[in-house]
Design a protein around this ligand. Sequence first.
Ligand code: KG4
Ligand code: ZN
Length: 382
Amino acid sequence: MLVLGIESSCDDTSVALVDCSDKGHVIIAEKTASQIDVHAKYGGVVPEIAGRMHAEKIVPLIESVFAEATTDKGSDLKKPDVIAVTAGPGLITGLIVGVEAARTLSYAWDVPLVAVNHIAGHIHSVEIRNSKLETGDNLTTPYTLHPTPSIQFPALALVVSGGHTELIEMQSHTNFKIIGRTKDDAAGECFDKVAKLLGFPYPGGPHISKQAQTGKTDAILFPRPMLKEENYEFSFAGLKTAALYWLRDNKFGALADHPWKLPAGVFGQTPGEPTIHDFCASFEQAIVDVLVTKTVRAAEKIKPKSIILAGGVAANKKLRETLREAIAEQLPHSTLLIPELRYCMDNGAMIAVAGFYRAFKKEWTACTQVPVNPNWRVDHTI
Ligand code: KG4
Ligand code: ZN
């Protein structure tokens, strides 16, 4: 089944043609237009700008995906078998652009449509296969980790991104139950806001992670919010405030020519003082400890065959490695599935794969009435 996946819920316009079947999901062609450079000037995503940029890019991207697929396949590929589009959660300004494009094409081509939940998309990113990547040197998650990357049930997914931190129990590809979520900030949001305090551009998560590589994780004792509570809820607002207060109270005199324009005091200059690297490593460790502990706790109860780590923050090396080690030690009967790095970010291919499972069950959405829901919970109907 050839599925056209369309994603425009945040700051990436992304379109992919994926050959989906019960044997696997192979990318035929994919194109993404990132808006990060534009939003970085404002320190975060500006919804109005996002909507306008999605509207500018979406048709050229769809055309270019079909052109690439035609060149690669050598035949004139005119339309897919199914169109899958993100209908929520996300920014309304972006969602309506993708959904309108999908509805129009569904009507014009007479091709069925499925509305896909963005979180379901992230979860299914672990099943994406890209033969171009697999034969190249740029594969960052060796498939030896999961030679047949297909989700086995019951499954447990930790979805961590700029807008979401959720633990989700799954009994099938289309059956989700949120068992825990953040009460305030998402983990990615916490990374981004603290990175902003340090003067890093948006999105700051990768910058913190890079600085953390050479830092000491125990240099500063940051709180581990809700770690001891026997539930699967998260809260990151307090950690963000603790980081803010630490920066306020520890002024050592910044280096004037520091490339990151740090606020005064964030760079240790005398032996023993925490450095920017120590600060980032300690902060990152606090987030990772909470995410991994809660995931392991949930897995001990659910006993999942597959544990999935997905979403933008799944690109974090420390989180990937710590969760991998914890599962190997404590949950030997569970297999960890992590997407290839590029599919941690928002992408059309993951929407196509999640859409395939809805299409397989004939859960069509009429093109005359595709709803858009910026707050669509993955375990609710839209
Ligand atoms: O899934 P995504 O592309 O967009 C949303 O749906 O939010 O996730 C983007 C988020 C941002 O908050 C970004 O800072 C975070 O993922 N992120 C990271 C890393 N790479 C991306 N956070 C920590 N470490 C990273 N290496
Ligand atoms: Zn996302």
